[in-house]
Design a protein around this ligand. Structure first.
Ligand code: B4P
Length: 192
């Protein structure tokens, strides 16, 4: 089964993807993680990615689609979780094409629904906890970048809700509950 986890920044896509990896033998493809790895690579591409990402903007479709293409062509899995990808209509079209080329299908799209106030609280909290524990704080986990991340989401990513609804693949899940409650609701969608 191949699924997409869709939702605004801090909705819990990464958190829930981790759980699915542990319990369902699926492979997580997080473009956020791939881009953070690229940032630390010291390459020209990594430097360009860092500049865009730290401000809270979306990295170009070309770079992100290239990263996903490489994974789909090289990683064997019984199921992929697309975590944070696609984030634009161009990325959604590219994913459909890539899946077709590799003989796969998209089975479900899970949209985690969380309101802005909670998103801001979660991300500010994550930054505070990391700082208190002496761990690195994500460069985009601050209120200024978060404002831009939310704007980018509403402008470029939220049209995907209608896109997947029209294809009959969209499943909304209330992302406001506890991590365990959201987990149970996602399981219901996947097992239905
Ligand atoms: P991502 O890494 O995808 O990060 P995110 O959207 O901010 O977070 P996510 O929804 O995964 O939240 P998480 O589980 O961590 O993207 C970062 C950046 O990368 C983007 O801004 C962009 O620049 C770039 N990028 C990535 N993909 C791209 C693409 N396809 N195209 C272009 N650019 C791209 O949860 C957040 C916090 O909430 C955590 O602390 C967690 O513990 C907590 N939490 C989660 N669920 C909770 C719950 N139910 N209750 C309470 N707390 C909860």
């Amino acid at each position: 089964m191949n699924i997409i986890l869709l939702g605004p920044p801090g909705a819990g896509k990464g958190t829930q993807a981790q759980h699915l990896v542990e319990t369902r033998n699926m492979v997580q493809l997080s473009t956020g993680d791939m881009l953070r790895e690229a940032k630390t690579s010291g390459t020209e591409m990594g430097k360009r990615v860092a500049e865009v990402m730290d401000k809270g903007e979306l990295v170009t479709d070309e770079i992100v689609i290239g990263l996903i293409r490489e994974k789909l062509e090289t990683v064997e899995a019984s199921g992929f979780i697309f975590d944070g990808f696609p984030r634009t209509l161009a990325q959604a079209d590219a994913l459909a094409q890539l899946l077709e080329e590799t003989g796969q299908t998209l089975d479900k799209v899970v949209e985690l629904q969380v309101d802005d106030k909670v998103l801001v609280d979660r991300i500010v909290n994550r930054a505070k906890e990391a700082a208190a524990a002496g761990q690195p704080v994500r460069a985009d986990d601050n209120e200024e970048s978060l404002k831009i991340r939310l704007m980018e989401y509403y402008r470029k990513t939220s049209p995907l809700i209608g896109y997947y609804y029209a294809k009959g693949q969209l499943n909304g899940v209330d992302g406001l509950g506890t991590i365990d409650a959201v987990r149970d609701d996602i399981a219901k969608v996947l097992d239905n």
